[in-house]
Design a protein around this ligand. Structure first.
Ligand SMILES: C[S@@+](CC[C@H](N)C(=O)[O-])C[C@H]1O[C@@H](n2cnc3c(N)ncnc32)[C@H](O)[C@@H]1O
Length: 242
């Protein structure tokens, strides 16, 4: 057992040294690795290949630890309309899509056009179809006012999103939440909003927490983990005690 522990420690130290030496996140390298090494059409293989890459290279993907916490929320909320802000190379998008019901849809927003193209290709490689997701290449601030028109195709519901994942820029979490409220894009019958922070909780979250606490009639904090906060939005008129 001692040898196994030492070997695991050495592996972690080597992985850390490689990640540090390799320096900055490179989206082309992430994409090329996942594209060439995963089994196309197999979601689990795509996610495992991302994790393998992140073992020895710097990566922006949420990774398996945050990923499992995200899975737990998706399984509990069972959302049919999901918004992701900050797609990057598609890891969290693939993770979300694989747990959506057959009629579920993901809209994912990515600022950088090259990253958006590479991320979209990975989602397709994982086996998802354009009827299940849409990539919007723009800033969150520009995308949010246009989102209603992307939801309208599921006619019959004027409901907004039931799950929003923010993993783009923590300084924009509050302005984007306010914009989503203003545009009535959060489902009045309930929407979980997930805020990702990888290291320490950023200062920027103090403001969003102030906003949430100032509106106890429609917001509550469902869970607060080391790297992710879940807040729940519900319009008072549709509120049922949970
Ligand atoms: C941390 S990465 C997202 C990682 C991704 N969720 C995953 O797990 O694979 C953040 C991404 O957000 C994008 N981004 C930054 N600011 C943005 C904005 N205002 N609107 C849309 N995307 C943004 C960046 O280009 C980057 O690709």
């Amino acid at each position: 057992r001692y040898r196994v522990k030492v070997a695991a420690l050495c592996h972690r130290a080597l992985a850390w040294a490689l990640r540090t030496l390799r320096g900055r996140v490179c989206v082309r390298s992430t994409h090329a690795f996942v594209f060439s090494k995963c089994t196309h059409g197999k979601v689990d293989s795509v996610l495992e290949t991302f994790d393998l890459y992140a073992d020895t290279h710097p990566s922006f993907s949420i990774g398996p630890q945050i990923g499992e916490a995200l899975d737990e929320v998706v399984r509990r909320v069972r959302p049919s309309r999901v918004l992701e802000l900050g797609m990057h190379c598609g890891y969290s998008s693939v993770r979300l899509l694989r747990l959506l019901p057959p009629a579920g849809r993901l809209i994912t927003v990515e600022l950088d056009p090259l990253i958006a193209d590479l991320g979209e290709e990975i989602i397709l490689v994982a086996g998802f179809k354009h009827s299940q997701f849409q990539v919007l290449t723009s800033s969150s601030a520009e995308a949010i006012p246009t989102l209603r028109s992307f939801l309208e195709p599921d006619r019959g519901t004027s409901e907004g999103f039931n799950l929003v994942l923010m993993d783009h820029d923590p300084s924009l979490y509050l302005p984007d939440l306010l914009a989503l409220e203003r545009e009535e894009l959060l489902s009045p019958s309930g929407c979980s909003v997930l805020l990702i922070y990888r290291n320490q909780r950023p200062e920027d979250l103090t403001e969003i927490l102030g906003h949430i606490r100032a509106k106890p009639d429609c917001y509550c904090i469902t869970s607060e983990l080391q790297f992710m906060m879940e807040i729940f939005y519900q319009k008072e008129s549709t509120r049922v005690d949970r």
